[in-house]
Design a protein around this ligand. Structure first.
Ligand code: MLC
Length: 484
């Protein structure tokens, strides 16, 4: 499609600029009880943000690291970064100083923006409006940090072509229209809330009800005015648990999307029973943006993540290579959605690619005869808790450094609300027993969402003949830890 090519040719902001121009009077961000900003308002504010960044010495290609609460100014800053040709590095506000220090040392940003009041003050100063820095499709637009099975977090690089192509694909696949109203309840420091939800809405210049946090009561209060809701499975679980998430509340809804964590068939069925709406589950990653989606028109099959999006190729490869129709193997992906690799980590980039250029997701899945993908697990230890990725290695390293801990193993266990929750199994030093409160203090440098929800003291960890801890055995033995 012609728009797709143009969107890629002059950068993602170039594409947005063309979409915004005829829509300047249209409502964009509605803040319930606190006003409405039009596309024109945000366009103006992003120009101010670009001017502010330039006044701080930011030039095209520089990184701008932002650790900010969800707000209109954070959206304006993001657009200002794109507009000035810089590279956006969003960080979860839950990250600790120690974690942020690492991101700063790795990304080497020209500007670090962590003070919401300073952003507001910066944007309130009148500055000459600038145009926008033209960027090519291959230029970097964002670094999204993801942790790894070992070692430090890596910055997944995303180009303007990645952002533009994926946003255009999603807005078409999910039939976004200017008269849609997206109920936006996700954080905007991740791919889901920023690049799936907000990008798709902005491309059709539709209205967005912008909630700063996910509170079931607030979401339900706004639902009747919305046509689309996107969330993680925990959001849907909480809406059902709250009560009132029913057909009447969803009267205006044409699309419920779920992603970032697997939605169980049971939760999918419960939402359908309560609301009459079949959730559309899709699958993606920070490194690849969106890969597959259940159909907008056509059966949405519970427990599957649908078929490859247009232009994206998915294959499943078993150990030793070779396609594996109908059989489980490693999910690999190729297409214009796949980013160029990890920031300044050629080793990790090479490790994540096959010799013939496919990105290895780390997810295990199977494809059916229609090309529909079902995910069955992950190759590594990664835990997805409430839609946030948590890596056991960094928690184990911190616990093991505690003098009362001989050794530890951290696994994800089924949790009714979070999908999976972090559980720590600890062998105490010197039969001293243990104090979970004391152990939690050992994790002070890690964001709270990574902290184990339960510590279990054990005499020893299960191991195989080679001495490797058998995490699968812990997962089986303690499967009901959070479900009793
Ligand atoms: C918060 N807490 C969590 C948590 N979120 N613990 C485990 N897992 C989580 N996901 C903890 C906090 O540390 C705090 O602990 C306590 O819960 C209360 O914090 P809160 O901020 O009030 O939590 P709450 O508002 O209830 O948040 C829960 C949530 C939120 C599920 C609404 O985590 C959320 O919105 N998740 C979505 C994440 C997301 O957008 N993922 C997209 C990734 S992109 P304490 O101990 O201090 O009390 C991606 C690619 C793709 O994956 O395909 O989409």
């Amino acid at each position: 499609m012609a728009g797709q090519t143009r969107g890629v040719d002059d950068g993602f902001f170039g594409l947005l600029n063309r979409r915004f121009e005829p829509a300047l009077d249209r409502p964009f961000l509605r803040l319930p009880g606190a006003g409405l900003l039009t596309y024109g308002d945000i366009h103006e504010r992003s120009a101010l943000a670009a001017g502010w960044l330039q006044s701080q010495g930011v030039t095209p290609g520089d990184r701008v690291l932002a650790q900010l609460p969800k707000s209109v100014d954070a959206v304006a800053l993001y657009l200002g970064v794109l507009r000035s040709g810089a590279v956006y590095v969003p960080l979860n506000p839950a990250y600790t100083e120690a974690e942020v220090d690492w991101f700063v040392s790795d990304a080497e940003p020209a500007a670090v923006v962590r003070d919401a009041a300073a952003v507001a003050a910066g944007l309130d100063q009148a500055r000459p409006r600038t145009g926008y820095a033209e960027r090519g499709g291959d230029d970097l637009a964002a670094l999204v940090y993801t942790s790894g099975t070992t070692g430090r977090p890596k910055g997944a690089m995303l180009t303007h072509a990645n952002l533009a192509g994926n946003a255009l694909t999603l807005s078409e696949a999910w039939a976004f229209q200017p008269d849609d109203v997206l109920l936006h309840t996700l954080p905007i420091f991740h791919v889901h809330g920023l690049m799936v939800a907000l990008h798709t809405a902005m491309l059709s210049a539709c209205e967005v009800i912008f909630l700063e946090r996910f509170h079931p009561a607030a979401v339900l209060a706004e639902l009747p005015g919305a046509t689309v809701l996107m969330g993680v499975p925990t959001h849907y679980h909480r809406l059902l648990a709250h009560g009132g998430f029913d057909a009447a509340a969803c009267d205006g809804i044409r699309l419920l999307v779920s992603g970032s964590a697997p939605m169980t068939a049971a939760l999918h069925g419960a939402v359908a029973d309560s609301t009459g709406c079949e959730v559309l589950e899709r699958y993606g990653m920070s490194e690849t943006l969106m890969i597959t989606s259940n159909p907008y028109d056509g059966p949405r099959v519970a427990g599957t993540v649908g078929c490859a999006l247009p232009g994206v190729e998915v294959r499943v490869v078993r150990d030793g290579g070779g396609g594996a129709a109908g059989r489980a193997g490693m999910v690999q992906v190729r297409g214009p959605n796949v980013g160029p690799g990890y920031w300044r980590r050629p080793d990790a980039t090479a490790e994540s690619r096959t010799d013939d250029g496919w990105f290895v997701t780390g997810d295990i899945g199977r494809l059916d005869a229609e090309g529909r993908l079902t995910l069955e697990g992950r190759a590594g230890d990664m835990i997805i808790s409430g839609g946030l990725n948590v890596y056991p290695a960094e928690i184990e390293q911190a616990l093991d450094a505690h003098p009362a801990v001989a050794e530890s193993a951290v696994v994800g266990l089924e949790h009714p609300d979070l999908g999976e929750a972090v559980a720590a199994f600890v062998v105490a030093e010197h039969d001293a027993g243990g104090d979970p409160g004391d152990l939690a203090a050992a994790l002070d440098n890690l964001a709270r969402f990574k902290h184990p929800k339960r510590y279990t003291f054990v005499d020893e960890l299960p191991r195989n003949a080679m001495g490797k801890v058998l995490k699968a055995e812990l997962r089986t033995r303690y499967a009901d830890l959070f479900c009793d």
